[in-house]
Design a protein around this ligand. Structure first.
Ligand code: TRP
Length: 332
């Protein structure tokens, strides 16, 4: 039986928060446990370049993201784990795919369109502040995916359109040059894909409502105590299904703890107490990973060597496949 390839990337644009962990990293690490899948996970560093132009921030975010994956349990002997920019094949394929991608497809991409809309709203030139990297972002992402003939791409809901674009591009290529690419599918984890942030909206760096994963316990506690609650008092029965605190609690607590907490909500536990218990559960959950994170983050050479080895493994797959693609288009 042919093993399926599951591939995903995260771009290093900031420090990983609980929402990234629950929505992306945790499900990907669970999939990596399945014997019938080949997991390929990477740091999409050149995607981050569309928005980050400060070299020291950029470098810091890359190492932080690598250390995050490793400390949460990514085993580089089992997962092909690399940095996108270490694979020249990705960028060659990006160009080939660009030449098959209708410009109109890029005009319709959400990330680009929403920037245009903001410019129009503000009475600015429609392309104000938009670089070509942002514009062609979906093509680079299609190359990431198609270069490995990935079957399954676990992503958040905001990325679904990008996978659809990758599918369109693959179909266009196959129609033009013959059946080279597999048509990839996305997978979204419906239940856990969206963790609320401290204001109740989706936890996201752009909303400034995140709880960082690897901060000190003090900072973690501070953020948790900022989470918005309603004005009900200790003693008032509360609805767990309507509580940001409970939504987050569920992701880190054991089944027994979750049931107990539901009971406490019905019995009118005070919000301060819920916050304390939420902090305890998360802090406990993160204790070991936090130590590992500190270990890796102080050892850049170790991270470098893990990523280099990963890139070598990745290139064992990508370079013969790119050769096949080059043959198909007539470059060889
Ligand atoms: N665009 C994705 C994000 O912002 C990151 C990404 C880049 C990616 N290349 C990918 C995800 C390939 C899945 C597959 O989250």
């Amino acid at each position: 039986m042919n093993k399926k390839i599951v591939l995903t990337g995260i771009k290093p644009t900031g420090y990983i928060h609980l929402g990234n962990y629950v929505g992306a990293i945790k499900p990907a690490l669970n999939l990596a446990q399945q014997d019938n899948l080949i997991p390929i996970y990477f740091i999409a560093d050149y995607h981050a370049l569309t928005s980050i132009n400060n070299p020291s921030d950029y470098r810091r975010y890359i190492y932080s993201l690598a250390a995050t994956w490793l400390s949460l349990g990514l085993n580089p002997d089992k997962v092909i784990f690399y940095k996108q920019s270490d694979l020249p094949e990705v960028f060659e394929l990006t160009w080939i795919l660009s030449c098959l991608t209708p410009k109109g497809l890029m005009n319709r991409a959400h990330a680009y369109k929403s920037k245009v809309d903001i410019n129009i709203e503000r009475g600015l030139d429609i392309d104000n502040g938009i670089n070509m990297g942002l514009y062609t972002y979906p093509i680079l992402m299609a190359a990431d995916i198609l270069l490995f003939n990935a079957d399954i791409v676990p992503v958040g809901k905001d990325q679904v359109q990008h996978i659809e674009i990758a599918r369109d591009i693959a179909l266009q290529f196959n129609k033009t040059y013959g059946e080279i690419f597999n048509i990839p599918n996305y997978s979204i984890n419906e239940e856990t894909s969206v963790l609320p942030g401290i204001d109740g909206r989706k936890m996201s760096k752009s909303y400034n409502n995140t709880i960082p994963l690897f901060e000190s316990p003090d900072k973690l506690k501070k953020q948790i105590f900022k989470i918005k609650t309603d004005s009900s008092l200790p003693g008032d029965p509360k609805d767990p299904d309507n509580s940001i605190l409970f939504s987050i609690y569920k992701e880190f607590a054991t089944q027994d703890q979750i049931l107990e907490m539901e009971e406490k909500f019905r019995n009118g536990i005070g919000w301060g107490q819920v916050k304390q218990e939420l902090f305890d559960v998360i802090n406990n959950y993160l204790e070991e990973p936090r130590k590992k994170y500190m270990y890796y983050i102080e050892r850049h050479e170790l991270i470098d060597s893990i990523l280099k080895k990963g890139a070598e493994k990745a290139r064992e797959l990508s370079s013969p496949f790119l050769k096949k693609i080059r043959k198909a288009i007539g470059a060889e």
